[in-house]
Design a protein around this ligand. Structure first.
Ligand SMILES: Cc1cc2nc3c(=O)[nH]c(=O)nc-3n(C[C@H](O)[C@H](O)[C@H](O)COP(=O)(O)O)c2cc1C
Length: 332
């Protein structure tokens, strides 16, 4: 309540949304108060087993907030049941010019065109190795979301993903192949079966050599159902372990803001839920789905679970609902 009634209006007065995200990240990482608050931030929920991993609850942090894997512990303290770091790319890159994150409060949405700013797979692997040595929670899996570096041509995408995957394999609990962010030129073209097959096949070959870990694919909400059906056949052929549905949308019909980029939050909720339902039906409920898109409340979470998701994630909901989001969403 304090966050939504007092703090959020103050924070939203600053037009630079990314600056506020940075301040929030700094506070989450360094504030001595968060460890003390952690017991009150935790939700009552039954643990879930999936892919041989234990999740203390079904709600995780979606990719994009903790791009650098510096907030893994902080989001555990905030009560999340898992976190997905990244997107990580093979090469360090600055992302697109700022400003690149914009709020649409009237639609409970965000538009971003970040373009995967991150320190690259080598640095992030070293950081996670240090974290893993010093700290671990057996019921809080760490997912790693992998993307293609901007400097790498689409034709070289498989090698680029493979490099990051090998570097990070030992330090992640599950992995997500991200071919669905709208802010890297051409990336979404990799969602075609012809482009995806060599990437997934290369990753799965190495995955089996290294000791198979769950490998998932994250898809865009703007794909048509025929394309999704083809992707599902491919994931079955390649033995993938699940789908993350969905990323942000390029459909801006719900907002008046004219900035380009991917739209998240409430405007993507129904589209994402419909896709989850479709995937669950097509796969007879056998392929695990992480449902993401427009989750703000307990009802939104339940909608994703009813549609067939095993786990649910959020990002925009956290910006709008603040530090007690997990409790608010899991316990209503
Ligand atoms: C500012 C911002 C940055 C994001 N960055 C990434 C990213 O790097 N990789 C990714 O797979 N998804 C990224 N996403 C998408 C989210 O993970 C999520 O799929 C999408 O926002 C829908 O969920 P939401 O409505 O709960 O935000 C980002 C979203 C936002 C708002």
């Amino acid at each position: 309540m304090i966050y939504e009634k007092i703090l959020r209006p103050l924070l939203f007065k600053t037009t630079d949304a990314e600056f506020i995200h940075g301040v929030a990240a700094f506070v989450l990482q360094h504030s001595p108060v968060l460890p003390l608050l952690a017991p009150w931030l935790r939700a009552d929920a039954a643990p879930v087993k999936l892919w041989g991993l234990t999740f203390r609850n079904r709600l995780g942090l979606a990719a994009g907030f903790d791009k650098e894997a510096t907030l893994v512990k902080a989001f555990w303290r905030l009560g999340f049941g898992h976190t997905e770091i990244g997107t990580v790319t093979r090469h360090a890159q600055p992302g697109n010019p700022k400003p690149r994150v914009f709020r649409c409060p009237s639609a409970a949405g965000l538009v971003n065109r970040m373009g995967f700013p991150n320190s690259g797979a080598d640095v992030i692997a070293a950081r996670l190795t240090r974290l893993r040595r010093a700290w671990s929670q057996p019921d809080y899996p760490i997912g790693i979301n992998l993307g293609k570096s901007k400097v790498t041509e689409l034709a070289g995408a498989a090698g680029d993903y493979l490099y990051s995957f090998k570097k990070l394999h030992a330090v992640g609990d599950y992995f997500v192949v991200n071919v669905s962010s709208p802010n890297t030129p051409g990336l979404r073209d990799l969602q075609s079966v012809a482009a995806l097959r060599p990437i997934l096949s290369a990753l799965q070959t190495v995955n089996r050599e290294l000791g198979e870990k769950p490998l998932l694919l994250k898809i865009a909400p703007d794909l048509n159902y025929a394309d999704i059906a083809e992707i599902l056949s491919l994931t079955a052929e390649q033995g993938l372990h699940g789908i993350v549905a969905t990323n942000t949308t390029l459909d801006h019909s719900a907002i008046t803001l004219t900035e380009t980029g991917g739209l998240s939050g409430a405007p993507v909720r129904q589209k994402s839920t419909a896709i989850i339902k479709f995937i669950a039906r097509e796969t007879g409920g056998r392929l695990p789905i992480i449902g993401v898109g427009g989750v703000f409340t307990r009802a939104d979470l339940q909608e994703k679970l009813d549609a067939g998701a095993s786990l649910v994630q959020l990002y925009t909901g956290f910006i709008y609902r603040g530090p007690f989001t997990v409790r608010k969403v899991l316990n209503g």
